[in-house]
Design a protein around this ligand. Structure first.
Ligand code: SAM
Length: 233
């Protein structure tokens, strides 16, 4: 770990010795080099784990959040509550689509029976590690989807990447295309009236939580009456 840097101005307030300046600069560049090395090492390890996951050698790999892609992962409790709700609603031979919500997909795979079909629609190609269950999806092309997916899913869960009218409007087109009936949407409280207008969804009592705390209020909406999500989880 890099040593803590000290201010080069001497404690007495007198001008520091040029030798001290040199020492400070050397330590600064050493600290930067250490930090950079640590960063590359972490990235290398992440790439190795991803490669292992893509070869099917490990199943518990979760990529680090990429904030450029607006990735904020649910904590385990939230992933499980959402997955159990989807399974209960989908039924014994149900079909479930996870749109921009790979953490729920992974949890579902661990909980579901063989009869249940689950797909992960995602933009981040790292999730190709989910094999045939991965479907590439970009909210900017909301209907660029195989026609066999039209109204194919008993439940669709979604957590769009951005809190914007454009993103939710486009995502809503996808959700209506995929869903036969039930929709679970997790997004910011600021999207409530638009979500109601587009998808007829209303907030539940259940509050999704994340591995790292979010700044904005975050809700879970459904277009049906959910007992579990309204029973004070
Ligand atoms: C706010 S996160 C939701 C993740 C969810 N909380 C979870 O833990 O599974 C947004 C998701 O949208 C995905 N995403 C980013 N850009 C996208 C795009 N252009 N189209 C569709 N999904 C996108 C991210 O990779 C990420 O999985």
């Amino acid at each position: 770990m890099a040593e803590k840097l000290k201010n080069p101005v001497s404690e007495s307030g007198s001008h520091p010795d040029p030798e001290d300046d040199l020492d400070y600069e050397t330590r600064l560049s050493n600290a930067a080099a250490d930090a950079l090395q640590e960063f590359f090492l972490e990235r290398e390890l992440e790439d190795e784990r991803l490669a292992e996951a893509q070869m099917g050698h490990i199943t518990d790999f979760q990529p680090q959040e990429d904030w450029q892609l607006s990735q904020f992962w649910y904590d385990d409790k939230t992933a499980e509550i959402l997955a159990r709700e989807a399974l209960a609603v989908a039924g014994e031979y149900g079909r479930i689509a996870c749109v921009s919500s790979p953490t729920v997909y992974r949890k579902l795979v661990g909980l579901k029976s063989l009869n249940v079909e689950v797909k992960c629609l995602e933009y981040d190609r790292k999730f190709e590690m989910f094999g045939n269950d991965f479907i590439f999806y970009d909210f900017n092309e909301p209907l660029d989807l195989d026609t066999c997916l039209k109204n194919h899913f008993d439940v669709v869960i979604a957590d769009p990447p951005f809190l914007s009218e454009e993103c939710l409007t486009k995502t809503a087109l996808t959700l209506k295309y995929l869903a036969r009936d039930k929709i679970i949407l997790c997004t910011g409280a600021v999207m409530e009236s638009l979500a109601l207008k587009l998808l007829n969804v209303s907030p539940c009592e259940f509050r999704p939580t994340h591995q790292k705390q979010l700044q904005n209020e975050f809700l879970c909406y459904t277009n049906y009456e959910s007992e579990t999500l309204n029973s004070g989880n």
